[in-house]
Structure formats: structure tokens, C-alpha cells
Ligand binder design. Structure first.
Ligand SMILES: Cc1cc2nc3c(=O)[nH]c(=O)nc-3n(C[C@H](O)[C@H](O)[C@H](O)COP(=O)(O)OP(=O)(O)OC[C@H]3O[C@@H](n4cnc5c(N)ncnc54)[C@H](O)[C@@H]3O)c2cc1C
Length: 509
């Protein structure tokens, strides 16, 4: 995957595309894989880095969503569990099974959770991982040594999937490229081009060198997450908003606060929210929140009240209680929730996590909402629709069994920092074959240094920048600019913004 080759293809005005995908998060990348795999000439344009927006800030679970059973969304759970099974097979190096314990602090909870999670297993059918088990107090504490034993009534152990979201995004970009798509980051769609009232292409700008170019396409797909409405307004400035962004944050702590390799799932804290404490890359992820009333942005910042909420609740369930001083990193993402009625407001936690496919009068196809877990199904639906709208010869979807490219197992060599499990080969691969342009691309998404330990990432930044500049030939000015810009960016992972006006509303991922 080479950026300048991709740009050469894009700026070749003789080229006409079957499908242009706007947006390189989970949704857009999934669509590019599917469309290219069906043989359509496909281009994908991402204004920032692949997955830089929401898709690198998730809870990192490939899951059916136990809590959706409570809201009766059985269809969504069944679909997600089916996709979970496929991803465990098709992206085996990146998506792995993970055990969770739901601890019980009321006598009836083991029975209640046992029933719900057995239904969860049944809905997974042949694609299930392992069966749900009841655990005694002793067995529960063996799984989660730092769990508060006071008042414990055992626990329920169940299985779901876990992944590295930004690495899966890169695997998808590389797979789309392998299947023949042209994918590129740091290229923004500024305008939609129309002929006879139909969308027939885009005007895009390379944000690295400022060059603009015009691309023709049979159909354009808007896959821009929380930015969906801005692209819909390029098509029809009068269109009403369909997305209600909702912020969710995570904090990263040392794994000793969990004590083992099993995650904790609190289905309903005493104020009715879901809380996950998850082992990830030898750290513990704690999340999440659901804060409504936020504006779309690529790198939102955690708010102090969100961080306090997570620390306070973790303290209720753990013996050794984490404080702000223990936080190694924190990150925020925005859920692209689709309003049931485009003009209505209301609590974001009540909005369904299922996806929405719409086609405008001028033929702009928009795929929005959904979850990481269901990206493949979303892509299948979007490409089926795009083929019809763009009058392309119909080719059936065959991504159900398509193995995604992955290099997750190629590890070895000296770590770049005692707290960061990456080597100089990881940096070289990021720049040489994974289209990393900035220091932040390398430290936050090709590797996950900034998410694992923001201070360690800052310490290693100059050395990583040196490796990058040796590969690209960039000079001292570039190094100075990149380090300064990364220092600004890392701030968002180090400290929350002050108390927000908006309230922390409800429920988890
Ligand atoms: C806190 C949190 C936790 C979550 N946890 C989970 C989980 O554990 N499991 C799960 O399955 N799901 C989870 N989700 C949901 C999942 O992360 C999202 O549904 C998914 O990442 C959305 O992907 P997307 O591609 O639609 O949006 P995005 O990732 O936002 O991608 C859209 C892209 O479009 C680009 N773009 C916008 N405008 C333009 C333009 N004009 N030109 C070019 N590019 C443009 C943006 O830069 C952006 O990169 C979570 C979400 C949040 C917020």
C-alpha cells in the first residue's frame, strides 16, 4: 500500500470509478473490501488517517452486545453474534476470544445472568465460542483477583471477541488494496459533482500537498460516521440531520487492577449503566460513558466528569482502587447514532445500534450507525444497494469467508521503550507498507503506544521520528513540526478537559 502510487491513480483523469467511498473508518473500509472483492473499480478517500476518528477509539470488543438483549433487540444481537463468529475466523490474528465474568452481588443475580447469557450462547448457534458457566465465589476471585469479595454471590462466566480496532482497520485497508481498490488517507472530499441532478463524482483535496482533483464515479457512498450529515449537506443543503453523536471514553490502567486475563462486565451499575474492565495488551481498559449533545470532531477529549465517573465506579468493584494518578492514558470516541426520527432528540442510549442505509434523490448512498462488529454486513448491504443505484452489473457478495490480511504475529526484536511492546520493525512497516504519514499515525494507530501509555509515547517520539525521517528523507524542520504536533495530540490522552456542561447520560458501548 503506497500513498503516492494511490494518488497517481486518483489524479489520472482518464480513470472512471464504479464506486467512490467517502470515509476510511470501519464502515468505509468494509465497503471498500467488499466492493473491490466483487470486482468493482473502487476508490476510498479518508480525510484524516484510516480509523483516526471513532474507529480507533472503541471498547475493542467484537460482540453480540449482551445489553441489547435487555432492550429486546434480539435481531441485532443475533446478527452481531454471527458476524463475531465470522471475524474470529476471517481475522484470526487480530480478533480473539475473551472470557468475561459478571460478578453477582445480589442472591438472585447468578440465576438471572445465567439465563440471559445462556440465551446469548443459543443465539450464536454454531458460531458460538464456549458455553456460559456459573462460578462460585472462589472461582470468581480466581478469575478476577482484584474483585471486591464483600457480598459476592459468585459470578457468571461467558465468552465474546476482542480485537485491536486500528490494526483491524489497517488489515482491511491492505485487504481492499489486495483486492484491487485504491485507498488513500489524508484526502478530503470537498464537494460532490452532479450531472443532470445525479451525483457523478467528487472533488477531493490532498491535505498533505494541497492539490485538488476531480473523480468520476457511477456511485458515491457516504461512510463518514459522525460526519455523515456534512456530506449529505454537500448533496442537499436543506437535508435535516440524521446523526446524534454520543461520546464514550475509556481510561487505561495497569493490568494489576484486574489481576488476571479475564474481563469484568457490570451489566447495570447502581445508576443503570454498563461498565467494562478489560485486559488489553497487558493493560486494563475501563469504559465507557455515553454523553449526548457533543459536536462531530475527529479527536474529541475525555471530560473530567467522565473520568471521575469511571474511577469512582471501578473503585466500587475493586479492592485496590485506581486513582487519577494511575491513569496511563485516556481516549474518547463519538458514536454515530442514527436518530429514529431524523428531527427528534432524546437520550442517545435509547437509540438503536443497528445501521441505516439511505439513498438521496440524487443517488448519494449513505451508510451510517451500526457497530464495528457488524461492519461486514453493513458493507454487504451498502454495496448491494450501490450496485443497483450505479447500474453496475450485479456481482454477489463473497466476504463471508474472505480472510483479511494480517501481520499480527510477526513480533521479535528489542522494544522501542520498556513500557511499549513494539520494535523498530513495526515503525518501518508502518511507514513502508501501511501508509503512515505522521508521527501520530505511527504512535497512535499503527502501534498503540499513545493509548497504552501517553507519557512513554511522548518519551519515545523523537527516536521514532528519526526512524521515520531516515525512511522518507524528511529533514529537521519536518521532525520538529511532527514532534510539536504530536505533543499537542498526546495531551488529549494525558488529561481530561474541565467539567462539562453536558451530563453523562447512560450506558456503554
Ligand atoms: C466509546 C465507543 C466504544 C465502542 N465500542 C465498540 C465495541 O467494542 N464494539 C463495536 O462493535 N463497536 C463499538 N463502537 C462502535 C464503533 O466504534 C463505531 O460504530 C464505528 O467505529 C463507526 O465507524 P465509521 O466508519 O462509521 O465512523 P468513523 O470511524 O468515524 O469513520 C468515518 C470517517 O470518515 C472520515 N470523513 C468524514 N468526512 C470526510 C470527508 N469529507 N472526506 C473524507 N473523509 C471524511 C472521517 O475522517 C472518519 O475517519 C464503539 C463506539 C464508541 C464511541
Amino acid at each position: 500500500m503506497n500513498r503516492s502510487e494511490a494518488l497517481d491513480r486518483l489524479s489520472d483523469s482518464s480513470e472512471s470509478w464504479d464506486i467512490i467511498v467517502v470515509g476510511g473508518g470501519a464502515t468505509g473500509l468494509g465497503i471498500a473490501v467488499d466492493a473491490a472483492n466483487r470486482g468493482y473499480r473502487t476508490a476510498l478517500l479518508e480525510q484524516a488517517d484510516f480509523s483516526e476518528s471513532t474507529s480507533s477509539k472503541s471498547t475493542k470488543l467484537i460482540h453480540g452486545g449482551v445489553r441489547y438483549l435487555r432492550s429486546g433487540e434480539v435481531g441485532l444481537v443475533r446478527e452481531s453474534l454471527r458476524e463475531r463468529g465470522r471475524l474470529l475466523r476471517n481475522a484470526a490474528g487480530i480478533v480473539k476470544p475473551l472470557s468475561f465474568v459478571v460478578p453477582a452481588y445480589r442472591f438472585y443475580e447468578p440465576f438471572f445472568y445465567g439465563m440471559g447469557l445462556t440465551l446469548y450462547d443459543l443465539l450464536a448457534g454454531d458460531l458460538g465460542i464456549k458455553s456460559t458457566d456459573h462460578l462460585s465465589d472462589h472461582e470468581t476471585l480466581k478469575e478476577i483477583p482484584n474483585l471486591n469479595p464483600d457480598g459476592l454471590h459468585g459470578g457468571t462466566l461467558y465468552w465474546d471477541g476482542q480485537f485491536d480496532d486500528a490494526r483491524l482497520a489497517i488489515a482491511m485497508a491492505r485487504t481492499a488494496h489486495r483486492e484491487g481498490a485504491t485507498v488513500v488517507n489524508r484526502v478530503r472530499v470537498k464537494e460532490l459533482v452532479k450531472e443532470a441532478g445525479r451525483v457523478s463524482g467528487v472533488v477531493a483535496e490532498d491535505l498533505v500537498d494541497g492539490n485538488s482533483f476531480r473523480l468520476k464515479a457511477s456511485v458515491v457512498i457516504n461512510a463518514t460516521g459522525v460526519f455523515t450529515d456534512s456530506v449529505r449537506k454537500m448533496d442537499d443543503s436543506q437535508s435535516s440531520d440524521m446523526i446524534a453523536p454520543s461520546q464514550g471514553i475509556h481510561i487505561v490502567l495497569d493490568q494489576k487492577f484486574l489481576g488476571g486475563e479475564t474481563a469484568i462486565m457490570i451489566p447495570s451499575t447502581d445508576d443503570g449503566r454498563v461498565l467494562f474492565a478489560i485486559p488489553w495488551q497487558n493493560k486494563m481498559l475501563l469504559g465507557t460513558t455515553d454523553t449526548a449533545g457533543v459536536e462531530p470532531e475527529i479527536c474529541p477529549r475525555p471530560m473530567k466528569d467522565e473520568v471521575d465517573y469511571l474511577l469512582d465506579h471501578a473503585g466500587r468493584y475493586l479492592v485496590e482502587k485506581p486513582t487519577l494518578l494511575d491513569v496511563r492514558s485516556m481516549f474518547a470516541g463519538l458514536r454515530p447514532l442514527v436518530l429514529p426520527n431524523k428531527t427528534s432528540g432524546g437520550a442517545t442510549s435509547k437509540i438503536s445500534r443497528s445501521h441505516s442505509l439511505t439513498v438521496s434523490d440524487s443517488g448519494l448512498v449513505t451508510m451510517a450507525g451500526g457497530k464495528w462488529t457488524t461492519y461486514r454486513q453493513m458493507a454487504e448491504d451498502a454495496v448491494d444497494c450501490a450496485a443497483e443505484i450505479g447500474a453496475l452489473s450485479f456481482q454477489p457478495c463473497s466476504t463471508h469467508d474472505l480472510t483479511l490480511l494480517s501481520e499480527e504475529n510477526e513480533k521479535g526484536g528489542e522494544w522501542i521503550h520498556p513500557h511499549l511492546p513494539y520494535t523498530s520493525e513495526d515503525i518501518e512497516r508502518a511507514v513502508g507498507g501501511e501508509m503512515a504519514v505522521t508521527l501520530d499515525d505511527v504512535l497512535s494507530r499503527r502501534t498503540r503506544c499513545t493509548l497504552l501509555d501517553a507519557n512513554a509515547a511522548l518519551e519515545v517520539a523523537p527516536a521514532v521520528c528519526q526512524i521515520m525521517s531516515q525512511m522518507t528523507g524528511a529533514g529537521a524542520d519536518w521532525i520538529a513540526r511532527e514532534i510539536e504536533s504530536f505533543q499537542q495530540c498526546a495531551l488529549a490522552y494525558k488529561e481530561p478537559t474541565s467539567q462539562s456542561e453536558s451530563s453523562v447520560e447512560s450506558e456503554g458501548s
